[in-house]
Design a protein around this ligand. Structure first.
Ligand code: NAP
Length: 329
């Protein structure tokens, strides 16, 4: 166990439940060539962190956890010219190990935080918001006037994606797991906000779209929502399966796509849409523009001390969170 004033990281030595997360002292050291030492002011909690912890996404152990953090540059290594001590910066494309008070980060993974974006907001928004950016603008290429079904609409990615979609003129049909979450989704601008059981969702979606179904489904829930997604999408529509919060989706064949109405299915990941420093920074710049214009208001539903990351994991997996959760070192 680390003492409270010295640098520490949350790590795990075997896969399992939240209880395997342990706090360990770290020796951060000086940045090497091309690196920056960042003092984290806030760390983003993301559902993918639970996939690594449980072993759904295998990783070499022991390991740190977390892909996203923001804070203040303390020192820069040789060859780093675009950051200097005192700059505020963040990252959201890993590598895994962001659950820490301090960290050495490759400068080309970092993005400068503009005036008006606090570290906490950045850690709450970057990974989820850049996911919304690529899903909407580069993957599904949603057009104004299209109807879009968003699952887990009050969640981290969902609450940002919903506001983004409304801002570009799409018509959002939101689905959430509780009445309170559906209320939040409605407040955030959903045209239709539902909290019905999954088995009834497609019928409600058809009713809300004059029988046609939606042009696009954004589905980060996975196993539990998959059948509803297939039954809600319009003829020649697109399902973007971008996550497995309830478990991985069952496999499907090309013939299934034909039978469901000549539909399209894609299973994208942020890593492929922010694969270069340029793409990553362009995505972040677009997100910050949406935040600074007030079109996307990032919802921080909860803050936990970093040392209590296990509690935050329990809440996320119990569907007890709304918006983004941040861990504070
Ligand atoms: N592909 C990518 O590039 C990418 C990038 C970022 C995130 N993601 C994915 O996006 C999804 C959302 O991530 P997030 O961090 O923003 O999480 P989140 O949406 O804040 O939390 C997950 C939500 O999923 C819903 N859910 C339904 N069934 C669930 C179950 N059995 N267990 C847990 N949750 C369940 C819950 O909302 P309701 O109660 O309202 O149903 C829950 O709040 C995740 O699947 C994540 O892996 C993918």
């Amino acid at each position: 166990m680390a003492d409270s004033d010295s640098p520490f990281a949350i790590r795990f030595h075997q896969t399992g439940g939240p209880e395997i997360l342990v706090s360990e002292p770290i020796d951060v050291g000086e940045p090497g060539s091309g690196q920056v030492r960042l003092r984290h002011e806030a760390v983003g909690l993301n559902f993918i962190d639970t996939y690594f912890r449980t072993g759904l996404y295998p990783i070499e152990l022991p390991s740190g956890l977390g892909n996203e953090a923001a804070g203040v540059v303390e020192a820069v290594g040789e060859g780093v010219s675009d950051f200097q001590p005192g700059d505020r910066a963040g990252y959201f494309t890993g590598p895994v190990g962001a659950y820490a008070t301090h960290r050495l980060v490759e400068a080309d993974r970092l993005v400068k935080l503009p005036e008006g974006i606090a570290s906490e907001q950045a850690a709450a928004a970057m990974l989820k918001g850049c996911t919304a950016e690529y899903l909407i603008e580069r993957c599904a290429r949603v057009q104004s006037g299209q109807a879009v079904l968003v699952h887990a609409a009050a969640g981290g990615v969902g609450s940002i994606a919903m506001q983004w979609l409304e801002a570009i003129g799409a018509r959002v049909i939101a689905h959430s797991g509780s009445t309170a979450k559906a209320r939040l989704a409605a407040e955030l601008g959903a045209a239709v906000s539902l909290d019905c059981p999954m088995e009834q969702l497609a019928t409600m979606v058809r009713e809300a779209t004059a029988g046609e179904g939606v042009a696009v489904v954004l589905d980060g829930v996975g196993a539990a929502s998959w059948e509803a997604s297939l039954a809600s999408v319009a003829r020649r529509g697109l399902i973007v399966s971008y996550g497995n919060a309830s478990g991985p989706v069952p496999s499907l064949t090309p013939l299934d796509l034909m039978r469901r109405g000549s539909i399209f299915v894609t299973r994208p990941t942020l890593a492929d849409y922010c694969a270069t420093p340029e793409a990553m920074r362009a995505s972040a710049a677009r997100l910050f523009e949406m935040m600074l214009s007030g079109k996307v208001k990032v919802q921080i539903g909860a803050r936990y001390p970093l040392a209590e990351a296990a509690q935050a994991h329990r809440a996320l997996e119990a569907r007890a969170t709304t918006g983004s959760t941040v861990l504070i070192p």
